[in-house]
Design a protein around this ligand. Structure first.
Ligand SMILES: [Zn+2]
Length: 116
């Protein structure tokens, strides 16, 4: 179905943004910088979005323990798609959790990234 294809594409975009953010985090860690917050790209899966959000490093590490959780800019509050629920609202960003197909794709990408 076309709807599934669109959903798959968005989920893959979100996973790609998350991987880009993980690279940013790896660079920060590699330099031994003790930063309070990390600049991340919004992980909403819309390639036109590209908003930057400052996420406290401790929050980042906590949320990254789950492959289903992503960071969105707070502007997306109330616009989440049916397979996305906001589980935390912060000043400048949201922590969302994926369900359904989007979650399956996110987990599959996560598993292949862990294998390196
Ligand atoms: Zn966004």
């Amino acid at each position: 179905m076309a709807e599934d294809a669109a959903e798959t594409k968005r989920a893959l975009n979100e996973a790609a943004f998350r991987e880009a953010n993980d690279d940013i985090q790896a660079i920060i860690d590699g330099h031994g910088a003790d930063l309070p917050a990390a600049p991340l790209v919004c992980e909403c899966g819309d390639r036109a979005c590209r908003r930057l959000i400052n996420v406290p490093v401790s929050t980042y590490r906590e949320v990254r323990k789950s492959p289903r959780r992503f960071f969105y800019d707070v502007v997306h509050k109330g616009q989440e798609d049916p397979e996305t629920s906001t589980i935390e609202t912060h000043d400048h960003f949201l922590v969302v959790e994926k369900t359904g197909l989007a979650a399956e794709i996110a987990e599959a990408r996560w598993a292949s990234a862990q294998r390196g």
